[in-house]
Design a protein around this ligand. Structure first.
Ligand SMILES: Nc1ncnc2c1ncn2[C@@H]1O[C@H](COP(=O)(O)OP(=O)(O)OP(=O)(O)O)[C@@H](O)[C@H]1O
Ligand SMILES: [Mg+2]
Length: 412
């Protein structure tokens, strides 16, 4: 009996897709960056929610390992990012597994006060030893951390290891906290600038939302020269097509997407990986469910599935915004450039045409900054805004057209 074919599509944060489409250029650039000696350029991998930053980061790891680099790093949870000490301890914890094979001495084993003949146990460079070195190094947190990197590299340089990549996901969580006199972000940048100047092959790869790079540059202006920014965008049409069709190409796959469906998925997903996975996963499941309930000719449309996307993905975000914020979002969704960047001025102008009670520019600024705190929009370095969630404009236009009778504020 043929084994049951499980749904291959994965719509989730950081879940590896069944087929990673595109991203060849990014992989190539990362691979080339490992040839630097000394390291002058680190990487920032940025893009909107769900564009595929986490899974790409995971894909870079084997490339580094292949080139004999060690790889360490994690998700930067907020707890690790609030103080200088917490980010330093995070780094020690990430380095420790790479170094725990290194023997830095031995201790004599004592038994009831007597030395056991020949009884010595090796001391490994584990977290406890690293922490001890960190604690006992005099000076500032940055001095302590530099001492750790010096120690780490002095132990590794005689091996085959070419260097270490420290990779941090969700790095937009890193923030200097002037009020608490804690500067974890500046610390990280200062330490890396200093160790790389000394020639240590330890490279930083930071992944995060589009707020990340401006944050780095705000903390230290030299960050602009220290990082190469790779911005992940939507997949091209052929790449999106591959992301949809490759996973179902296997002969025993019970579901196939016809050309119309593929075209519609490409259109409605806008080439954004999360939406591709979501639409394909849902359509795949609905088809099998209809088949299981005895439907002779199961029939699933992309339009039905887009509705589910609205409920599952967008509605939660939409329900959190106030009525006035919704009005403003509806105005933004009318801008032809709403999926790229927009200015306060453009919103004000359009609101004059569309609303009986238009927005003033100070009001727009105020609402946008509130929504930026909520993660719905973000401000770039040139003072322009963008939606932080892909295809939000399409969603807003969809619900606006459904809620048309209630929209008496909109002039005809
Ligand atoms: N190149 C790709 N081809 C096909 N599917 C992809 C690709 N990249 C990502 N995906 C899928 O898209 C979804 C989102 O990916 P991922 O979690 O890496 O995005 P992200 O940018 O890290 O999102 P967030 O900003 O929420 O952290 C996952 O389900 C993943 O499997
Ligand atoms: Mg992610």
């Amino acid at each position: 009996m043929a084994t049951q074919f499980t749904n291959p599509f994965r719509a989730g944060a950081g879940h590896p897709p069944p087929y990673l489409a595109g991203r060849e250029q990014e992989k190539k650039e990362f691979s080339e960056s490992l040839n630097q000696s000394p390291i002058t350029t680190n990487l920032v991998l940025t893009g909107l929610r769900g564009v595929g930053k986490t899974v790409l980061l995971e894909t870079l790891k084997p490339i580094a390992i292949e080139k004999k680099w060690l790889w360490a790093g994690t998700d930067l949870s907020e707890a690790a990012t609030v103080s200088e000490d917490s980010i330093a301890v995070r780094i020690l914890a990430d380095l420790a597994p790479l170094l725990s094979g290194v023997v830095v001495g031995s201790t004599e084993v004592k038994r009831i006060g007597f030395l056991q003949p020949g009884g010595k146990t090796p001391v490994h460079l584990d977290f406890a030893v690293l922490k001890h070195v960190y604690d006992t190094t005099p000076g500032l947190t940055s001095d302590k951390l530099k001492a750790i990197f010096d120690l780490a590299w002095s132990c590794l340089k005689s091996t085959q290891c070419q260097g270490i990549v420290l990779a941090y996901d969700e790095a937009q969580n890193l923030s200097d906290q002037a009020a608490a006199q804690q500067y974890p972000l500046s610390l990280l940048l200062d330490v890396f600038q200093s160790i790389q100047k000394k020639g240590l092959p330890i490279m930083l790869v930071l992944t995060g939302l589009p707020t990340l790079f401006p944050k780095l540059v705000d903390a230290r202006t030299f960050a602009e020269r220290m990082f190469h920014v790779m911005t992940l965008g939507r997949l091209s049409e052929p790449e999106t097509r591959e992301a949809i069709t490759k996973p179902v190409e296997k002969t025993n796959c019970p579901v196939k997407f016809n050309d119309v469906a593929v075209g519609q998925i490409i259109k409605h997903s806008g080439g954004y990986p999360y939406f591709v996975q979501f639409l394909c996963r849902e359509m795949f499941d609905s088809y099998l469910q209809q088949q299981a309930s005895g439907e002779a000719k199961p029939f699933v449309t992309v339009a039905q599935t887009v509705r589910k996307l609205d409920t599952d993905f967008f509605s939660g975000r939409w329900n959190k915004v106030t009525d006035r914020q919704r009005e403003l979002l509806a105005v933004i969704a009318e801008l032809p450039n709403c999926d790229e960047e927009f200015t306060v001025q453009e919103i004000v102008e359009t609101s004059k045409k569309k609303l009986t009670k238009p927005f003033s520019s100070s009001h727009v600024n105020q609402i946008l900054s509130k929504m930026a705190d909520g993660g719905l929009v973000y401000k770039n370095r040139h003072g322009r805004y963008s939606f932080a969630v892909p295809l939000l404009g399409d969603f807003i236009r969809r619900i606006q057209s459904e809620a048309a009778p209630a929209a008496e504020v909109v002039k005809s």
